[in-house]
Write a protein that binds this ligand. Structure first.
Ligand code: FAD
Length: 506
């Protein structure tokens, strides 16, 4: 059961006797319920609230309905810092609560005589259900309740095929469905006046939300990220000015600076996709490589597509979208392999570098996400759910839509997925995209002195090369946990089973 920790000074019974509407004065404040929109700029709900007059900005930690999708450790860590930043921007006026959102909002409205509650929409299935019920109860209470689109360029229900069914393939969805419909709205500025209504409701101190880890595994993460709205804008500006030009090619190389690394800011709404979209479009006028701009925008389109799939296929986080994968013969007794993968000790340097980047920084480059994902699902034959859950706990950008869609894509069971037989070879991927091994050297220091020629497959190096580099395969760096060629054959044989369509009884 949810713990309701806010201390409210007035009598709860008041609410039952007097409908909230009767208590409202013409200057009644509006409750601005922040969720995954932790910013002041281009925040439609905040703008609407400020236009009405005084506001009561609140954040409620309420993920009891999320079941296995409660925020993971890295997300909670990020959230703490994002909330601290938003609270600073609001002159310490953000009020924090934990518990059942409906109960808290109703009591808050009663205690503060608020006339309205506004928020920006979220799209996780459990949140859609919760928010719909909250909206209906609050409206029955006599409150003015409005929700806005603060997270997506196109609402999922607005983009449909001619026959009114949802798209399942990215390119027609994006090119025909999105790009040929309305241009994403232009971002709005921070409201000119944000007047925070004083009230006597005692909120929790941020630290009492217990979002920070008790064991300090966050040292490297702290050094890596500046978790503020201002930093998101700085990063976007830097990216569009310096790196967008070569994005199309550069985005494939994990050690290059050519990706935006905006995903956690976008996930928590510290920057809106509209700001990213229009800022890139403006900067695009000054770059010579137009394809880079198109590719960057289409990556924002992939984010939209993930939300679209989650909205239209709410089973996305758990159910194979292609049901024939329900027959897939996953391997048994995989605990040791899974652990080696999680710890970055598979003996395949690019995979290990990616998994260690993930654990130490909360982020992993997209190319490497594909390589480690393919390795887990195809070479180790471990169910994609295991990878999805590990990412969920470790990523600072863990996002139910993009993570589920990413894993379904990798496993080949998604709506518009990589074909199963596309099995990334971690050695050739490494040779191609981290030729000099600089990404590997950064995250796998045991291999720092390996020459370029052998860093991608150290077990193939002659003894004297290994000795000179201080590498002892099987001792200070693991021997490969399986053979790439054999495991590829095993994966293809397993995949053959899925070609039989399951009957209803199955
Ligand atoms: P850029 O290349 O700069 O792209 C700009 C933005 O576009 C990103 O910030 C992101 O919002 C969006 N984007 C880019 N690629 C994708 C994509 N393939 N799918 C959806 N959106 C995309 N992304 C998440 O935000 N959260 C996740 O939990 C997540 N899990 C993933 C799991 C797997 C197995 C895979 C293969 C991909 C996953 N992605 C996820 C997508 C992608 O890897 C990240 O969005 C990207 O690496 C973030 O880095 P960036 O901000 O530098 O991206």
């Amino acid at each position: 059961m949810a713990v309701y920790v806010v201390i409210l000074r007035c009598q709860k019974s008041l609410q039952r006797i007097h409908p909230i509407a009767e208590l409202q004065s013409p200057n009644a404040p509006t409750i601005m319920w922040f969720r995954q929109d932790l910013r002041l700029a281009d925040n439609p709900a905040l703008c609407a609230a400020c236009e009405r007059g005084d506001i009561i900005p609140v954040y409620i930690l309420d993920d009891d309905g999320a079941d296995s999708w409660k925020m993971g450790g890295a997300s909670r860590w990020w959230l703490h810092h994002a909330l601290a930043d938003l609270n600073n921007s609001l002159n310490q006026g953000l009020q924090f609560f934990q518990g059942d959102a409906l109960t808290i909002l109703r009591d808050l409205a009663t205690q503060t005589n608020a006339s309205a509650i506004v928020w920006n929409r979220c799209y996780e299935p459990w949140r859609i259900a919760r928010d719909a019920s909250i909206k209906s109860v609050l409206k029955d209470d006599g409150l003015d309740v409005h929700s806005f689109n603060g997270s997506l360029l196109w609402e999922p229900w607005q983009v449909l095929k001619k026959d009114s069914t949802p798209y399942k393939v990215f390119t027609p969805y994006y090119r025909r469905g999105c790009l040929s419909s309305a241009t994403p709205r232009r971002p709005t500025a921070i409201p000119a006046a944000i007047n925070i209504s004083e009230n006597s409701v005692r909120s929790l101190p941020l630290k009492d939300l217990n979002l920070l880890p008790t064991i300090s595994w966050d040292t490297q993460m702290k050094a890596r990220w500046d978790i503020t709205e201002a930093a998101a804008h700085e990063r976007l500006d830097e990216f569009v000015m310096d790196e967008l030009q070569d994005y199309r090619e550069g985005r494939n190389f994990p050690d290059k600076a050519n990706v935006s690394r905006l995903s956690p800011y976008l996930h928590f709404g510290q920057i809106s996709p509209n700001i990213a979209w229009h800022r890139a479009a403006e900067a695009g006028a000054f770059i010579t490589n137009e394809q880079s701009l198109d590719t960057f925008m289409s990556e924002l389109g992939w984010r939209e597509f993930s939300y679209y799939l989650l909205y239209h296929f709410p089973g996305l986080p758990t159910d194979n979208l292609q049901v024939r994968f329900n027959l897939f013969p996953w391997a048994d007794n995989t605990d040791a392999d899974l652990k080696a993968w999680q710890q970055g000790k598979t003996g395949y340097p690019l995979v290990d570098a990616g998994m260690r980047e993930l654990y130490s920084t909360g982020y992993m480059h997209n190319r490497v996400r594909m390589v480690v994902g393919s390795f887990l699902v195809k070479n180790l034959l471990i169910h994609w759910h295991a990878g999805e859950q590990w990412f969920w706990d470790c990523l600072v950008d863990a996002d139910l839509a993009s993570n589920s869609a990413g894993w379904q894509w990798i496993a080949g069971c998604g709506a518009d997925a990589a074909p199963f037989f596309r099995i990334f070879n971690p050695i050739t991927q490494s040779e191609k995209f981290d030729k000099q091994g600089s990404y590997i050297r950064r995250y796998v220091p045991e291999l720092a002195n390996m020459p370029e020629k052998y860093i991608h497959a150290p077990w193939l190096a002659p003894a004297e090369v290994l000795a000179a580099a201080g590498v002892q395969v099987g001792h200070n760096y693991p021997a490969p946990i399986m053979d790439i060629k054999e495991s590829r054959e095993r994966a293809l044989a397993a995949f053959a089973v899925t070609k039989i369509q399951p009957t209803k009884a199955q």
